[in-house]
Design a binder for this molecule. Structure first.
Ligand code: NAX
Length: 331
């Protein structure tokens, strides 16, 4: 039998946490044959609720779940973890300045970076979900210099999956037959959902999405804004932000990273930018990636048209600004 993998979920008493921990315990993230030990972290005001989640995990009698650590102690939470999914953070409240929210999250991610660096298992893989996801991940990277930059990522897979979903609805095809959309840049409303390289599997061949959707106005307009603003649409409808889809996307992200992407398929991940596609280097930017042997590689050589170029630059500029804002919170 396989050794259990220790998976940390921070903010585990929150909405996404509640949807995510049962998925992990069922093998959705790491596979149906992979035992797991869940480490759940939250803050003291949520300690009782966190313990309630632990009780439900016990009650669910998941065969793959070999242990649960539920704690408000960051060191205990981080000790020995192989995977860290960082969902905990400070939400933006009405009337709060961007800088104040940034400042709260910078201090959270700075201290959690140190705890992970000192106590996580070697080669721990980190996925930051909490917003501002790209910049929280960057701060985590900066303050955990001994964790390789390639091990620190942020979630844009939800946006990627939303784009697949929109194409499948538009063309009335199975979502599993659509692939290779791209989310470029920031997990914010400046993100660029790009279908220029996306394809649909048809009985005869794989066909470009752009050929099948004979509606450029929709592709260059409504499609992009729908994906960019889907989070707000969910809040409006549910009076709560996306949770099940975010949890599912977090599982997809880690599963593909650890177990690999299928041949001929790429996914979107926020990763430390090396300046590929003239994105700003030194920020966490979402790129198309393939994964193999537990490592991601940015897909190279895609042709970027003029329309796309502007959008890649715009979201890159926002990330550079966020980085500056985050650094100004440190001093
Ligand atoms: P909730 O407010 O329900 O849960 C957040 C939890 O984090 C709470 O239980 C809170 O007590 C805990 N927390 C706060 N500070 C903490 C700290 N220092 N250490 C550990 N835990 C801490 O929010 P939820 O709806 O679960 O969303 C969580 C985060 O995901 C938010 O930042 C949200 O903006 C972000 N999202 C990111 C998405 C993405 O695609 N990257 C999509 C969904 C989501 O909006």
């Amino acid at each position: 039998a396989k050794e259990p993998v220790r998976v940390l979920v921070s903010g585990a008493a929150g909405q996404i946490g509640y949807a995510l921990v049962p998925m992990i315990a069922r093998g959705v993230m790491l596979g149906a044959d992979q035992p797991v030990i869940l480490h759940m972290l939250d803050i003291p005001p949520a300690a009782e609720a966190l313990n309630g989640v632990k009780m439900e995990l016990v009650d669910a009698a998941f065969p793959l779940l070999k242990g649960v650590v539920a704690t408000t102690d960051v060191v205990e939470a981080c000790t020995g973890v192989n995977i860290a999914v960082m969902v905990g953070g400070f939400p933006r409240k009405e009337g709060m300045e961007r800088k104040d929210v940034m400042s709260k999250n910078v201090s959270i991610y700075k201290s959690q970076a140190s705890a992970l660096e000192q106590h996580a298992a070697p080669n721990c893989k980190v996925l930051v979900v909490a917003n501002p996801a790209n910049t929280n991940a960057l701060i985590l990277k900066e303050f955990a210099p001994s964790i390789p930059a390639k091990n620190i990522t942020c979630l844009t897979r939800l946006d990627h999956n939303r784009a697949l979903g929109q194409i499948s609805e538009k063309l009335n095809v199975q979502v599993s037959d659509v692939k290779n959309v791209i989310i470029w840049g920031n997990h914010s409303s400046t993100q660029y959902p790009d279908v220029n390289h996306a394809t649909v599997k048809t009985p005869s061949a794989e066909k470009p999405v752009c050929e099948l959707v004979k509606d450029d106005a929709w592709l260059n307009g409504e499609f992009i804004t729908t994906v960019q603003q889907r989070g707000a649409a969910i809040i409006k409808a549910r009076k709560l932000s996306s949770a099940l889809s975010a949890a599912s996307a977090a599982c997809d992200h880690i599963r593909d990273w650890v177990l690999g992407t299928p041949e001929g398929t790429w996914v979107s991940m926020g990763v430390y930018s090396d300046g590929s596609y003239n994105a700003p280097a030194g920020v966490i930017y979402s790129f198309p990636v393939t994964c193999r042997n537990g490592e991601w590689t940015i897909v190279q050589g895609l042709v970027i048209d003029e329309f796309s170029r502007k959008k890649l630059d715009l979201t890159g500029a926002e990330l550079t600004k966020e980085k500056e804002l985050a650094y100004s919170c440190l001093s």
